[in-house]
Design a protein around this ligand. Sequence first.
Ligand code: PEP
Length: 251
Amino acid sequence: TQAIKPLIAGNWKMNGLKSALAEIGAVANGYDGALRHRVDLAICPPATLVFPAAAAAIGSGIMIGGQDCHANASGAHTGDIAAEMLFDAGAGCVIVGHSERRADHGESDGVVRAKAEAALRAGLLAIVCVGETLEERDRGVTLDIVGTQLAGSLPDTSTAATVVIAYEPVWAIGTGRTPTTEDVAKVHGFIRETLEKRFGGEGAVMRILYGGSVKPGNAAELLAVPHVNGALVGGASLKAADFLGIVAGLG
Ligand code: PEP
C-alpha cells in the first residue's frame, strides 16, 4: 500500500473574531519544515475570516478553508457563498456535508454532492463529511448509512488529490464521546473498500479522516487506527496549543 500523507483539518464552526487570527500565527510557528513534510494542515475559520486567515497563513504551508459553499458559482442566493469566492479569498479547501449543515439546513446527499462538485470546479479540495446518528448506530445500520452517504455525496470525478472523506459519527461531535478504536477501524475499513470499488486505485489512496471529539489526549490512538489518514477537529482546533497537540499525536 502507498503511504498516504495525513491531513489534520480544523473546523472552527461559528467561532472566531479577528482576534482569533493570532491562533493561525501560533499554529504556523509550530508547523516547522520537518512537520510540513509529514502532515498537511488545514484550518477552516468562519467565512468572515477566510480572507484575513489566508493572508495570515501565507508562507506557512497551512491551508485555509471554508465550512460550506453553494453549488452555483454566482447568482441570486442571498447569504450564500460560492466555492469560487472562497478560492478567490485564498481558500484551498472547503468542508461540505458537515452533519450540522445536514441537520440545521436539511442538506441531502444530492445537495452535498453538488457542493462537492462546485468545490472541484473552483479548484478547492472538498472535505466531504459522512456519519451516523446515535439512533442509527443503536439500530446497527451504521455501515448502510455511511455507504448511502458516500454513494450519494461523492462526485464521480473524485480523486485522491481533490476529495477527502471525513467520517464523523454525529453522536461523537462535540460530546467528548468517541467510538472504540475497533469501531473506527470497522467503519474506516468499510469506507476504504467502498472507495476502492468505485474509484479503483484513486480510492486506495484517498484520505479518510476521523472526526468527533478528537483531542490531544486521544489523538495518538485514533490516528493509529488502520485507514485513519488524519482528523477533522472541531472544538480542539480553536486553540493553537490543542491543535498542535493533536498533530503531535501522529508521533
Ligand atoms: C466537527 O465539527 O467536525 C467536530 C469533529 O467537532 P468536535 O471535534 O468538537 O467533536
